[in-house]
Design a protein around this ligand. Sequence first.
Ligand SMILES: C[S@@+](CC[C@H](N)C(=O)[O-])C[C@H]1O[C@@H](n2cnc3c(N)ncnc32)[C@H](O)[C@@H]1O
Length: 385
Amino acid sequence: MSGLKLTATTFFGLEHVLAKELQQLGAQNVQTGNRAVYFEGDLGFMYKANYNLHTALRILRQLKSFHKIYKATQLYNAIVSIDWSEWFSPQQTFRIDVTGQSKFFKHTKFAALKAKDAIVDQFRSSHHQRPDIDLKQPDIRIVLHFKDQHLDVLLDSSGEPLHKRGYRTQTNTAPLNEVLAAGIVALSGWDARKSLLDPMCGSGTILIEAAMWQMRIPAAINRQKFAFQNWPDYDETLFNLIKNKSIDKIRELPTGIKLIGYDKAFSAIEKARQNIKNANLDAFISVKQADFFKTESVDSGLFLLFNPPYDERLSVDIKTFYKNIGDTLKQSYTGSEAWLLTGNLQTLKYVGLRPSKKIKLFNGKLESRLVQYLLYAGSRRGRLD
Ligand SMILES: C[S@@+](CC[C@H](N)C(=O)[O-])C[C@H]1O[C@@H](n2cnc3c(N)ncnc32)[C@H](O)[C@@H]1O
C-alpha cells in the first residue's frame, strides 16, 4: 500500500526543520504548511515517521476530504458517509478534535458534537451498540480540520503527542517541550564538532534531545504506545521491522565530544540525572550543580545552547540576570558560540551582545526568539560597541 496522505504537526517556526527530517526519512511529496508538513508514504512509513521524527508533535492520516461543508446537516452527512466500523468497534472509545478555521463552524464544540452524533448514530444502526467518548485516553482520535468550506477528516496515528518521549519522568519548573528542544538543536546547527554545554539545564531536555538528534536515536525509542496500534490494519511485524532498522542507524558521538549541563538548583540536577538515565544516555551526558555566572569555559571552543528563565519567578530582576549572562559569555566563554531561547523579547537588550542570528519561534502561544552570539577572541563581533 502506498500513497497515504499524511500530515505532521509541529510548532510555528519548525516547519522547515520537520520537512527536512521527513525528506531524509524518505517521505514523498513533502510540502510545508502552517505548523504542519504534508507528505505521502505507505503504512510502514507512517510507523517510521512516528518512531523517528524529533520535531513532529503528531502524525495524522487523512481519511476523506469534503468540499462545501457550511451547514450542520452537511457536516453530519459527510461524517456519516465514512464507514467507521472499518476503523474501530463499539467496544473502543474515541474523541473528536476540531482544528483549522471555518466561518460557518465558529464553535468547535458544536462541530465536534455533530460529528459525534453522526458516528454514534451509524454504529447504533449497524451494531445496535455505540462506542463511548473518552477525552483522556481514547483508543481512536478523530481530527476534523476546517479551511472554510473545506473539511479534512483525519485519524491521529500518534495518540499522545510525540513530545511525550517516555524518558522525562521528572520535571523542573518551566521544562522545555521536547519537540521544541529538538527543534532548537536543529536550528542552531550543532553538528557535534564542539562539545555542547547547557549552562541552565533544568530537567536536561536540551541535552537529551541534542544527544538523540546527533546519535540518530529514534525520538520515540523509549515510548510504549502509539494510536495506530489500536487500528484494525495495525501490522506488528512491520512495526518491529521498522523499529529494528531504525535502531541499526544509531551512531556514536565523535571522540572527545561531550554534553555537559549545569544548574544552580541541586533539585534540578537530580531530576536531570534521572531523565538522562531513563533515556539511557548517562554515558554521554554529565550534569553538575553550578552557578553559570561563576563558571569558566572548560574548553577553548564550546557550543552553548540554553533557555534561561525569563519570567517573574526569577529571584533577581531580568535586567541584572540577562546582563550577567552577557558578561559571563564575554568574559569566560571567549572562542565559544552561544545560542539562547527566550520567551521574553525584552530580555535580549540586556545581554549587551550583538546577536549574529535571530530566529522567530512560538513556544505554544508564546512568541519566542532563538538568538546566536559568536564570542570570537579579540574580535569586536559579539560585543556591543
Ligand atoms: C527555564 S529553566 C530551563 C529548563 C530546561 N531547558 C528544561 O527543559 O528543563 C531555567 C533553569 O535555569 C536555572 N538557573 C537560574 N539561574 C541560574 C544560574 N545562575 N546558573 C545556572 N542555572 C541557573 C534554573 O534553576 C532553571 O532550572
